[in-house]
Design a binder for this molecule. Structure first.
Ligand code: WT7
Length: 652
């Protein structure tokens, strides 16, 4: 028998568009189209106004966009500022030092309220600790930390001295950390003794040592107390703070001074070092955090459930909220530990008013059932957001109904590591939301859906998403790889049209419906991965001859990793080898990249020139009729693979 909730969901599925809830719109900061219009009349002038209005500058910029050398754009280039000053000092100087910046909640229920003044104190000391070791402007500092306040301290200390942070998501393997430290020539690494996950502790510093990471200094945060080897060049983070001077004046940096590198997967095995700079990035994240989330810093309690190791964490856990003087929740643990209601427990406990998460998390909560949120008072929530992948209307409606109690608008925010900040969404007090559509380009942003030749396609027609005007938060290059920057984003449609890599369609109202990636990039639970990177990890196993990885549609995670693997002659595909290969991928890249399915194949479908036809593998994995097979060298391969997949499905 269908429950009331199911009936209500079914009814709402008929509703195509939800106007801003009245009570919300009454107090919202933006309630009509005037901001979009003002920005459209003079985008560069408008962005300059936002830059000077939202940030404190040592020298205010008079220039907005410099597009004299496309695609190497600059923003606000004659201004100087410091990111950590803007996130901390100016709030403390204005008497807001006692405001809680982070309500940190540990996995075992520990609580720490970290104020703006606390952060400023620690950031100055750690900045001095960096300087004492010769780290300053233009140097790279790696950060490999769990969700603890020290990650914010480390990032802002880098910004204070003009060093770039290079944060690696805690779910990646030490091997990935090593690679990213090497690619970026990092001088120091900030890591932790151990990390906790669902009641267990994993040694982190020891694993980093085992990977042989070659940096001059490794700072180690004492977190779990796990036995930790310390060698030459290793320093306890707390001891470094205690020994350092308490005052550290922020460096006055050019707007285009690099702020950070963040590695992200592309279509080859080598991750891309996406480089963001200071003035433009901060302007866009400050604006979007304030107006997309309709933030009122004095009253709201904001929580973004992402990990700080992804761009979502950089922009909407660290920089956006702190620039705006917001109070946030930071949670160390998993969404189902100690129990599946922990998120809602935290929302109630801290009075969360704005909550930002990923569709995959919503689908997991849906599966667990409404009784978990039902245990808690969620009435303080007034706005919900999603990011990372398209959201299916059913999950959207569940979020709207069960979590938001029909009071809260949902902002579905489309953007990328490369864009720095949110690009496409709805302004919650001004625009209706449509379940499944991200929305329209934000003020100052321009997008177009085009065909392969770059010609705009008619409304409601699928094409390639492009961004047709530079924006302040855009990546400036790929670290030490300008050529790849140009060829990845600016060659297909020229140096003035950014190639996104997503397919989309735009409806009659201008709303963008993002369909998914068009390149060999996977999106598993909103995490970006490259097929080539996973293939190269699998092939590095001594028993493997060849592998092809595809993303397969998955109910829970959006996509999941499926690997077609050909073994070296003498070996047989056993269950033990499946376990071994998954473990191998976890060690090389991280657990998140482990294939969900491994399909043994004597051969792979290839064109006559030897190119693997992943399109056909996707058809097989998803049980579809095969597409065009005329270019296939050996059509018999397909029948064998289809048989294997059917056997696997029968076992599952
Ligand atoms: C890719 C970017 C932005 C931070 C998280 C992911 C997909 C992102 C949405 C959305 C549909 C989305 C796109 C994009 N994506 N947000 N709201 N609706 N798709 O950052 O790892 O750089 O991945 O995520 O495919 O290109 P990322």
């Amino acid at each position: 028998m269908a429950t009331d909730l199911e009936h209500e969901l079914a009814d709402l599925l008929e509703v195509a568009s939800f106007p801003p809830p009245q009570a919300f719109a009454k107090t919202a900061q933006i309630t009509d189209g005037s901001v979009h219009e003002a920005a459209e009349r003079d985008p560069e002038g408008w962005w300059l106004e936002q830059a000077t209005g939202l940030l404190d500058w040592y020298e205010e910029p008079t220039q907005s966009l410099d597009d004299s050398n496309p695609p190497f754009y600059k923003w606000f280039a004659d201004g100087t500022l410091n990111a950590s000053f803007n996130c901390l000092d100016r709030h403390v100087e204005a008497g807001r030092g006692d405001r809680v910046a982070l309500h940190w909640h540990g996995e075992e229920g520990e609580q720490r309220a970290v104020t703006y003044a606390d952060l400023l104190g620690d950031v100055q000391r750690f900045a001095n600790a960096l300087k004492d070791r010769g780290i300053g402007r233009g140097d790279v500092v790696g950060i490999f930390l769990p969700m603890i306040p020290e990650v914010v301290v480390a990032m802002l200390a880098c910004a204070r001295v003009g060093a770039m942070h290079n944060v690696v998501f805690g779910g990646f393997s030490a091997e990935s950390v090593r690679e990213r430290m090497e690619f970026s020539d990092a001088k120091a690494l900030v890591t932790v003794d151990g990390a906790r996950r669902k009641g267990k502790t994993a040694p982190i510093k020891a694993s980093v040592d085992a990977a042989g990471i070659d940096v001059e200094t490794t700072f180690v945060v004492r977190h779990t107390g796990i036995d930790t080897p310390m060698g030459d060049g290793d320093v306890w983070f707390d001891e470094a703070l205690a020994a350092a001077d308490a005052q550290c004046a922020p460096e006055r940096l050019d707007a285009e001074h690099p702020l950070f590198i963040l590695y992200s997967s592309g279509s080859t095995a080598k991750p891309k070092g996406i480089l963001h700079t200071t003035g433009g990035y901060l302007t866009q994240v400050a604006w979007t955090h304030r107006y997309v989330f309709d933030l009122r810093p004095e009253e709201d309690v904001y929580w973004c459930s992402a990990d700080v190791g992804w761009i979502t964490g950089h922009s909407y856990i660290v920089y956006g909220p702190l620039l705006n003087g917001a109070t946030s929740v930071m949670y160390e643990g998993a969404p189902d530990y100690p129990d599946k209601d922990v998120w809602w427990d935290l929302c109630e406990r801290y009075g969360v008013t704005i909550f930002y998460t990923a569709p995959t998390a919503i689908r997991a909560c849906m599966k667990w059932g409404p009784e978990y949120p039902g245990r808690h008072d969620l009435s303080k929530l007034r706005l919900l957001g999603t990011v990372g992948e398209p959201i299916n209307p059913k999950a959207w409606l569940w979020y709207y109904l069960v979590i938001g109690g029909k009071r809260c608008p949902i902002v579905d925010t489309w953007w990328q590591t490369e864009t720095g900040g949110i690009m496409v969404t709805t302004l919650p007090g001004a625009q209706a939301t449509k379940p499944g559509a991200a929305g329209t380009p934000l003020p100052g942003i321009a997008a177009q859906v085009v065909d392969e030749q770059g010609e705009p396609v008619p409304p409601d027609t699928q094409g390639l998403l492009t961004l047709t005007r530079p924006w302040p938060g855009m990546l400036r290059t790929l670290y030490r790889d300008d050529d790849r920057f140009v060829s990845t984003y600016w060659e297909k449609f020229g140096p003035r049209t950014y190639f996104v890599g997503d397919a989309a369609r735009q409806d009659e109202d201008g709303y963008l419906w993002v369909i998914g990636r068009v390149d060999d990039v996977l999106n598993v639970s909103g995490h970006r991965m490259s097929t080539a990177e996973i293939e190269s990890a699998i092939v590095s196993h001594p028993k493997v001859a060849e592998a092809a990885v595809i993303g397969q549609a998955d109910e829970d995670t959006g996509q999941s990793v499926a690997a077609f693997v050909t073994l070296e002659g003498a070996f047989e595909g056993t269950d033990e080898l499946v376990v071994e290969l998954r473990e191998h991928v976890a060690l090389r890249i991280g657990k998140l990249a482990r294939p969900k399915r491994i399909i043994w194949s004597d051969d792979l479908p290839k064109t006559r020139s030897g190119k693997i036809m992943r399109r056909l593998l996707r058809d097989i994995a998803e049980g579809r009729e095969l597409g065009d097979v005329t270019t296939l060298r050996d059509p018999d391969v397909m029948a064998q693979l289809q048989g294997r997949v059917q056997e696997l499905q029968a076992e599952e």
